[in-house]
Structures are given as structure tokens and as C-alpha cells.
Design a protein around this ligand. Structure first.
Ligand code: 9WN
Length: 439
């Protein structure tokens, strides 16, 4: 890529983020996702950090305004000016919880906890370190409360692994990993609260989850509000409780970044290092499959591993969990016809095993490439010294939006974009890899 091409691409990416700016935070996409989303905002801040410190900080401080009194950081903060999204605030009924934020209104579930990592990166890139130190001091107690919430409420057996209780909490809503748990829910009409989808009038229904899945998503939300968002009661009755590889890997790395933040503020980093150690150890003992060379989620209701080959099963690389020997076993599967072989013409990394039944190059989380998963794997691969593969993943992060537009996800063979155009984290993470030093 010439210098001119590169600076044009950078300008286009910045324009996507500018277009999606809501005044104090960034929406993930112009129409499909009109509110503030939790992990999207963290990725956006990681991109902004390279050229607009103030905006990067504001993105995250705005997000934490929606934090609940018990530490829960909600997956959506509702934009009162937008109504075209299901489920909106009325559907969530979070006012039933004594902990919920009243203003802004929020959802009642969470998303992967990449926030401490984002906060640390914003500090790292800041030109004005005094301002950035004030930002750290403001967010540190909130991040601590967030991680405390996860370990306290979502890890009842104190295993070091936290559970998710809705597919939306994974950030990978329509992943094949949830299929069995969702099918297990036998629903009758009266169990599903009335609702109307908004997504399929904006993007193709071929790319999105099915109506059956949406019934289950709605049913779970009802189960939560019927129990006033009391985690103990939810845990007792919820048919969907899963220890997710991606979620826990992100948490372990975030614990480490929280430790770095604590040190910068002159506070004791030890508890955060200890949390990271316990979580990585539990990922390695409970979630690893030696036979397959990948990590599997664990279903707490069925009490079994979910043996599905998804790209986020490699996410422990990002958490630096595997030994070097285990990383080799992972590479044997990643660098194969199941995902993408080095030297073969395909973009990396498909979200689902290309040889698995149900693989689709265009259906939401069942095959297409997502730039945020690539970004996590890129960092993991680089850490383990797989520079050729890391370079290839980095190239996909750049090439796909450059050739096909700033889409939400991409076909691994054809490259074509799907879902929403002008997608914020696609732009933000492209900015991050382009503006970071070259490999
Ligand atoms: C539900 C906003 C979000 C992302 C998720 C992605 C998708 C929402 C949806 O969009 O989920 O949270 O309506 O499908 O799966 O990762 O945060 O971009």
C-alpha cells in the first residue's frame, strides 16, 4: 500500500467514527445499532486513542455512567433519541432491579470485559499524561467494581471462571456454540413476551439469527426481569449458564491490565495479578481439549464441554494462557483447512470451522470474519512469535475494509462485507493496527 493509499484509508476510518459519534459516545453502526454498546465502545476507544485522547476518554467515562450499583456494566446504554432497535428499554424493565441505572436507561446483561484493556491502552497512547492519569484515577474504582461483580456474581463455585447467561453476553450472539443450550429450551407461545424485531428490516434476514433464536433471546430477558435481576434467583432457574472461552480470556487479560493501572496509580496490583493467574489456570485446566487442539466453552446446566470449533476457541492466546507447546497444538488447527492455511488464498480468520456442518460464509457468527476477533488473535499470535500468521491476520484487518468497505463482518473467501456498513469497531481496530508500529 502506498503512503497516499494508507492515509486515505485512515481518513475514511476516522470518518466512520465521526459519522457514528453521538455527542458523548459512539454508536456501533448508523442504523442497525443506534445506542452505545459496551465492548464496541472499548474497541472504539482503542482506535480513538491514537488521534483523539479526549474522545477516547469520553467514550469510556460515558459508558461507565451506565454502571449499576452492584458493579454490573450493561451491554447497552440507551440513546433516548433512537427507537429503532429491539429490545429497547421498556422491554428490559431494569427498573425492577434495585441496582440498575435509572439515567441512562440500560439493558440488564453484560458483554466481554475488555474495558480495563482499553483504559490502559488509552493511557499508554496519551500525549497529555497528567490528564490521562486523572482519567485512570476516575475509572480505576469503577473497573474494580466491574471485575468484582463478575467474580462475585458469575462465579458461584469460585472456580476462577465466570459464566454468561444470555447469548448476547458473549458478544458472539449467533455462534453455533449456543445451539444445543438454546434448543434445550422448550418454549410454548405464552412463555415468550410479545416483541417485534427491528434488525431484519435494516439488513438481510439471511445474515441474521432466526426467529426461533429471537424467541429464546426474548424468553431469557423475561426470565431475568421476572426475577428482578437478582443473580441468585436467575442462576437457580436459568437454562443458559455457560463459561465462555472468549469472555474469560478477555477477563484474564483485563485483570492484568487492571494490575498495571493499579501500579500506575500507586495502588496494590497483587489482587488483580492473582485474579488473572486463577482465571488463566482455570481456562487451561477446565476448557482445554487436547484431542482437538482448541479450547471449548463449558455448559454449566448440562455439565459438559461444548465441542464446537469456533475461532474464539483460540482466544486464550490473547490471554497468554497456553504454554508454548500448547500454542503449537493450537496452530496445527488454526493453520489448517478448517480455518485458514498460510499460503492459501483466503482471508483470516473465519469465525467457525469451514469444514463444520452449518458453516456459512455470510451468516452472523457462523463463519464470517469479524475484525475484533482478528484483532485479539493478532495480538495473541504476535505474543507467541507466530509472526507470519500474525502478519496475515493483520493484513485481513486492513485489506477487507480497504477493498470491501467498513462492514460488520466479511466473507472469508469472497471478501464481501455483510451486516451493517460504516461499522465502528471495524474502523477503530483498523486504525489501531495501522497507527501502531509495524510488525
Ligand atoms: C445484540 C453491536 C452489537 C455487538 C455484538 C453483535 C451484535 C447485538 C444484536 O451487535 O449484537 O447485542 O442486536 O445483534 O453480535 O457483538 O456488540 O455492534
Amino acid at each position: 500500500m502506498t503512503q497516499t493509499d494508507e492515509s486515505e484509508l485512515i481518513d475514511k476510518a476516522k470518518a466512520v467514527l465521526a459519522r457514528n459519534w453521538l455527542g458523548a459516545s459512539t454508536k456501533p453502526a448508523p442504523q442497525l445499532y443506534p445506542h452505545q454498546w459496551s465492548w464496541d465502545s472499548a474497541f472504539v476507544a482503542i482506535g480513538n486513542a491514537h488521534y483523539d485522547q479526549k474522545r477516547a476518554e469520553q467514550e469510556l467515562t460515558t459508558l461507565f455512567r451506565g454502571q449499576w450499583a452492584n458493579g454490573l456494566l450493561p451491554h447497552i446504554l440507551f440513546n433516548p433519541k433512537a427507537s429503532q432497535y429491539f429490545p429497547g428499554p421498556d422491554f428490559w424493565q431494569t427498573e425492577r432491579s434495585p441496582h440498575a441505572s435509572r439515567d441512562p436507561k440500560t439493558s440488564g446483561i453484560v458483554q466481554p470485559p475488555i474495558h480495563a484493556t482499553a483504559v490502559f491502552r488509552v493511557y499508554h497512547h496519551a500525549q497529555d499524561k497528567r490528564q490521562a492519569a486523572a482519567f485512570l484515577a476516575e475509572l480505576y474504582p469503577r473497573l474494580v467494581a466491574w471485575h468484582d461483580y463478575l467474580y462475585r456474581e458469575r462465579d458461584p463455585n469460585r472456580e476462577g471462571l465466570v459464566y454468561i447467561r444470555h447469548p448476547w453476553e458473549s458478544g458472539e450472539d449467533n455462534s453455533p456454540v449456543w445451539d444445543r443450550a438454546l434448543k434445550r429450551m422448550k418454549l410454548t407461545k405464552d412463555m415468550v413476551p410479545p416483541y417485534k424485531r427491528a434488525d431484519t428490516s435494516i439488513v438481510s434476514s439471511k445474515d441474521r439469527p432466526s426467529d426461533d433464536d429471537y424467541d429464546r433471546y426474548a424468553y431469557l430477558v423475561k426470565l431475568f426481569y421476572d426475577r428482578d435481576y437478582d443473580e441468585g434467583r436467575i442462576r437457580k432457574d436459568c437454562p443458559f449458564l455457560i463459561q465462555d472461552v472468549l469472555f474469560n480470556s478477555i477477563l484474564a487479560q483485563a485483570d492484568r491490565d487492571l494490575a498495571s493501572i493499579a501500579s500506575l496509580l500507586g495502588k496494590d496490583p497483587t489482587p488483580h495479578h492473582e485474579a488473572a493467574r486463577r482465571t488463566t489456570e482455570a481456562i487451561n485446566t477446565k476448557l482445554w481439549s487436547k484431542a482437538d487442539g482448541i479450547y471449548f466453552d463449558f455448559d454449566l446446566v448440562a455439565n459438559e464441554k461444548i465441542e464446537s470449533h469456533v475461532a474464539s476457541g483460540f482466544a486464550p492466546l490473547f490471554a497468554m494462557a497456553p504454554t508454548a507447546e500448547r500454542a503449537e497444538e493450537i496452530m496445527a488447527l488454526l493453520n489448517s483447512r478448517h480455518f485458514a492455511r498460510l499460503g492459501e488464498h483466503a482471508y483470516t480468520v473465519p469465525s467457525y470451522d469451514r469444514e463444520a456442518p452449518g458453516y456459512s460464509p455470510n451468516r452472523y457468527w457462523r463463519g464470517p470474519i469479524w475484525i475484533n476477533i482478528n484483532w485479539l488473535l493478532f495480538h495473541g499470535l504476535r505474543h507467541y512469535g507466530y509472526h507470519d500468521y500474525a502478519r496475515r491476520v493483520r493484513q485481513s484487518i486492513i485489506e477487507l475494509p480497504k477493498s470491501y468497505g467498513f462492514y460488520e463482518y466479511f466473507d472469508p473467501q469472497a471478501g464481501q462485507g455483510h451486516g451493517s456498513d460504516s461499522f465502528s469497531w471495524t474502523a477503530a481496530l483498523l486504525l489501531d493496527v495501522l497507527l501502531e508500529e509495524e510488525l
